[in-house]
Design a protein around this ligand. Structure first.
Ligand code: ACM
Length: 750
C-alpha cells in the first residue's frame, strides 16, 4: 500500500514534466487531445485475447489490420467481469470514464489494450490510433500510453473526381484505407461530370455504354480534341465505370473503416456526357450542344429522380451531393420550355429557375429520408431549409449559408483544392494552377473569423477536393493528396489551440516512413529555398526569411552576386537589408548543393510609395488596389498572393513622381501560365512626360517568349537608358494580344 502511495505521489509530482517531455515523442497524426506516455511497451509478437461488447463486433475484425497484432481467443462479453481486466478490450464507456460522446479512451499497459467509447463510430478512430502506434514501431510493439481524444469537427472529408480521369477500383480501397488511418469519416465520390459518367444505372444503360467512354485517354487531350464520347469497346475507347456491385462493395469497405461515402450526381450543369446520349433532356434537343439539363422539361426531373432512386439503393449515406456548381444559365434564357416554366411559377430569373430545380431534388431526397448537399451556387435564387452547402468559391458562400441557418462544409479553393501545385510549379508535373503548399493547408481554420458566434455551430467541418483534369493516374492522385491530407486531418480533428506547425512537421517525418510502407507515391518535401520578403516602407528596409520544406533546412546564401557554395554564409536568422541587393540562396546536404539557386532581387527603388494613375482598371485580381504596383513588395509564385494585379485589357498606368526626377531604368514584372489563361504582354512601352499631357517614348520591348509552352514563367520587361532623362510622369503600357490575363508586379524605377 505504502509503495503504491509513493508511486502515486511520484507520478503526481512528475506528471506535468512527464506529460510535456513525453508527449513530444508520440507522432500520431492528427494530434490527439491528450496523451500520457508511460514507461514500458507491449510486445506485439504474441497472441493476445480479445474481449468486446456487442456493439463493437465490426471493429474487432478491423483489429486484424493492425500490423503485428495477433489475436488469440475472442469472446463477446455480455457483462464485464473481473476476468476482463486484461487482453484487448473494446468496451462501452461508462459515466466515470468521462469519455466524450464522439471521443475514445485508449489505454495500453501491462494488462493489454483497453479501448472505450460510447459507440462504434466514436471508437473507430481509436483503432486507427493503435494502428499508427504500431506502424510507428515497425509492427513490433506498442508503447504504454493513455490517450483521451475527440474530434473537433463531425465532418472530416476528402473528395475525388473520377470523371475527368477514371481511377481503378482497387485504388479506391487504398484511398479509403489511407483516409481512415488519418481519421477522415467522409469520402465524397464525384461520380459524374462532362468528362465521363462513372456509375452503372440500370434504367439508363447508355450512361455507361457510351457516356463513360471517350476518344482520348487523357482529359486534356480529349478536352482539346472535340470532346466526343464513343461506344464502349470501340477502338481507342477510353474511360470506365463502376458497377453497382462494385460501388456497394466500396460502400461496405468504407463503412467498416468508419467512412461514409457521399455520391455526387452532378446537376443541372457539368452534364455534357448525359446530354450527349440523352439529348432530349437538353434545351436544344441535340447532342453536344450544352452541359445543362433543360429545366423546363419535366423529363429532366424524372430522369434525375430515376437515377437518384438507384443511387439511394447503393449508398446508405444520409447526405447525397447533387453538384449545382457552374451551370451556364444562358441556355435557359433562350429556351421556350424553361421560359414557360419560369412564367408559370413566377420565377423572376434563371437563378430562381436553378433554385426551383434544386428544390425539386431537395424535396425528393427529403421524402426518401436523405439530405441534399450542393456546391455554394445552390444559394443563388434562394435555398430550401435543410440543404447543406459546400463552400468552394472562398468562404463567403459558407458564411452566407451559415447565417441563413444551413449547415456548411468548408472547402475553399485557396486552402483545400489539392489539384493545385504544392511547390514551385516550375519544378512540378503540370497541374491546374494555384499554389497550395503544405503549411498553408495546415494553417487553415474552418471557422471563419467574421462569422457570428451563434452561427459557428453550422460549420460542421471541412473537406479537400481533388479534381483530376491534370491528374491522369492514381499515383498522381497520391502525389497530390499526400501529405496535404495529413495536414487537413489535423485541421479537422485537432482543436485550434492544440495545433502547432512545428510540432506537426516533426511528427510528419515519421509519417513519411508510414506512407513509404504503404507504397504511397507521396510528394517528397522539397529542398527548394522558399523566400518571404517583408518590406518596411517607413524605414525602406527589407527583411528576408528563407526556409525550405525540409524539417531542418541547411541554407547558404550570398549578397554579392556570386553563386552560393557550401562555405557561403549559413542562413540562421532573417536577413535585413535597407538597400537594393540580390540574394542568392540554395540548400546544401553536407557540401553538395541540393536545390536550384534561388535569386531574390530586393529593389529599394524610386517608385516605392508613388501614386499610380490607372488609365485601364485592374479586373478580378485587385491585389492591394492602388498601392500594389509601387508598394516595394513583389508578386510571388502565385497570382493569388495578393501582390499580382490582374488586367484583362491592355495595361496602361502612369507613375507620378510629383516633381521631375532622373530616370535610368523602368521595369515591370509579368508572369505567364497559359493553363488558366495568363500571358506575357505582346509589347511593353515606356514613355515620359513633364506635364502629364504630351509623352515621349523611351523604348519598347517586344515579347519573344512562346505563349504555347504551358510552364509557369516570370519575366522582367525593362527599358534601360544609356543616358538618364529627367521627367515627372512615367507611363507604362503593356498590350494584351492573347485577351487573357496580364498579371503585373512591381514597377521598379531607378
Ligand atoms: C467546383 O470546383 N466547381 C466545385
Amino acid at each position: 500500500m505504502i509503495t503504491h502511495l509513493r508511486k502515486l505521489l511520484v507520478l503526481i509530482c512528475l506528471f506535468p514534466l512527464f506529460l510535456f517531455a513525453q508527449e513530444q515523442e508520440i507522432s500520431i497524426i492528427p494530434r490527439p487531445t491528450k496523451i500520457l506516455l508511460q514507461e514500458g511497451e507491449m510486445n506485439l509478437n504474441q497472441k493476445i485475447d480479445l474481449h468486446y461488447t456487442d456493439e463493437f463486433a465490426q471493429l474487432a475484425d478491423l483489429l486484424n489490420e493492425i500490423p503485428g497484432l495477433q489475436i488469440g481467443n475472442t469472446e463477446v462479453v455480455k457483462k464485464i467481469k473481473k476476468q476482463h481486466q486484461s487482453g484487448i478490450r473494446l468496451f462501452k464507456a461508462e459515466d466515470f470514464d468521462r469519455v466524450d460522446p464522439n471521443g475514445y479512451l485508449l489505454e495500453i499497459d501491462d494488462k493489454g489494450i483497453l479501448l472505450k467509447a460510447h459507440s462504434a463510430k466514436a471508437m473507430l478512430p481509436g483503432i486507427y490510433s493503435i494502428m499508427q502506434l504500431s506502424y510507428l514501431n515497425d509492427g513490433k510493439s506498442l508503447p504504454y500510453i493513455r490517450i483521451d481524444d475527440k474530434p473537433r469537427f463531425q465532418y472530416r472529408g476528402m473528395h475525388l473526381d473520377v470523371s475527368r480521369n477514371f481511377m481503378p477500383f482497387n485504388f479506391l480501397k487504398k484511398y479509403i484505407d489511407l483516409l481512415a488511418l488519418y481519421k477522415f469519416n467522409y469520402f465524397h465520390w464525384h461520380l459524374t461530370d462532362g468528362a465521363g459518367w462513372r456509375l452503372e444505372i440500370k434504367k439508363y444503360p447508355e450512361l455507361t455504354q457510351k457516356a463513360a467512354w471517350r476518344t482520348h485517354s487523357l482529359w486534356k487531350d480529349w478536352w482539346n480534341n472535340g470532346r466526343q464520347y464513343v461506344e464502349q469497346g470501340s477502338p481507342n475507347a477510353s474511360g470506365g465505370f463502376y458497377t453497382q456491385d462494385q460501388a456497394r462493395e466500396l460502400v461496405a469497405y468504407a463503412e467498416k473503416r468508419g467512412i461514409t461515402i457521399i455520391p455526387e450526381i452532378e446537376m443541372p450543369g457539368h452534364s455534357e456526357e448525359v446530354l450527349a446520349v440523352y439529348p432530349e433532356l437538353s434545351c436544344t434537343g441535340k447532342p453536344y450542344t450544352q452541359g445543362e439539363f433543360c429545366l423546363g422539361n419535366e423529363e429532366s426531373y424524372q430522369f434525375l429522380k430515376n437515377v437518384l432512386d438507384e443511387v439511394l439503393t447503393i449508398f446508405p449515406s444520409h447526405y447525397i451531393h447533387i453538384g449545382g456548381d457552374e451551370a451556364d444559365k444562358s441556355h435557359w434564357k433562350s429556351c421556350p420550355k424553361c421560359q414557360e416554366l419560369m412564367k408559370k411559377d413566377s420565377l423572376k430569373n434563371e437563378d430562381e429557375l436553378q433554385a426551383y430545380a434544386i428544390k425539386q431534388m431537395d424535396e425528393y431526397l427529403q421524402s426518401k429520408g436523405r439530405k441534399l448537399i450542393g456546391w455554394d451556387e445552390i444559394l443563388q435564387g434562394g435555398l430550401t431549409a435543410g440543404a447543406t452547402v459546400m463552400s468552394w468559391r472562398g468562404e463567403e458562400g459558407g458564411i452566407k449559408a451559415a447565417n441563413a441557418g444551413h449547415d456548411v462544409i468548408m472547402t475553399p479553393g485557396g486552402y483545400l483544392y489539392f489539384d493545385g501545385y504544392q511547390t514551385d510549379p516550375r519544378t512540378q508535373p503540370e497541374a491546374i494552377g494555384g499554389y497550395l503548399p503544405l503549411e498553408k493547408v495546415y494553417s487553415y481554420n474552418p471557422i471563419p473569423k467574421d462569422i457570428q458566434e451563434d452561427k459557428k455551430k453550422h460549420i460542421i467541418g471541412a473537406q479537400a477536393n481533388i479534381w483530376t483534369e491534370y491528374i491522369p493516374t492514381y499515383q498522381q492522385v497520391e502525389y497530390m493528396a499526400f501529405p496535404r491530407a495529413l495536414a487537413l486531418s489535423e485541421v479537422v480533428w485537432t482543436d485550434q489551440d492544440q495545433k502547432s506547425w512545428k510540432d506537426f512537421q516533426k511528427r510528419l517525418q515519421n509519417h513519411y516512413k508510414i506512407l513509404q510502407k504503404l507504397e504511397v507515391n507521396y510528394y517528397r518535401p522539397s529542398y527548394n529555398v522558399i523566400n518571404t520578403v517583408q518590406f518596411d516602407s517607413l524605414h525602406s528596409k527589407n527583411t528576408v526569411i528563407l526556409s525550405s520544406e525540409q524539417f531542418k533546412p541547411n541554407i547558404k546564401y550570398t549578397t554579392d552576386g556570386s553563386d552560393p557554395i557550401h562555405s557561403s554564409t549559413p542562413y540562421n536568422l532573417p536577413i535585413e537589408l535597407s538597400k537594393s541587393a540580390t540574394i542568392k540562396a540554395a540548400s546544401f546536404l553536407d557540401s553538395a548543393r541540393v536545390s536550384p539557386i534561388e535569386m531574390i532581387e530586393l529593389d529599394v527603388h524610386k517608385a516605392i510609395g508613388k501614386e499610380v494613375i490607372y488609365k485601364t482598371a485592374w479586373e478580378g485580381y485587385p491585389a492591394q488596389g492602388e498601392r500594389t504596383l509601387t508598394n516595394g513588395i513583389k508578386g510571388t509564385l502565385t497570382y493569388q498572393d495578393g501582390q499580382w494585379q490582374g488586367f484583362t485589357k491592355d495595361l496602361d498606368v502612369i507613375v507620378d513622381f510629383e516633381r521631375r526626377e532622373e530616370i535610368k531604368s523602368v521595369a515591370l514584372n509579368f508572369m505567364q501560365i497559359p493553363g488558366p489563361g495568363v500571358y506575357f504582354p505582346g509589347e511593353f512601352v515606356v514613355s515620359v512626360s513633364d506635364n502629364g499631357k504630351t509623352y515621349r517614348e523611351l523604348g519598347t520591348v517586344v515579347n519573344q517568349i512562346s505563349n504555347t509552352d504551358p510552364a509557369l514563367k516570370f519575366q522582367k520587361f525593362e527599358i534601360k537608358l544609356d543616358k538618364p532623362v529627367m521627367a515627372r510622369y512615367i507611363q507604362i503600357k503593356a498590350s494584351n494580344p492573347m485577351k487573357g490575363y496580364l498579371f503585373a508586379d512591381e514597377i521598379v524605377i531607378y
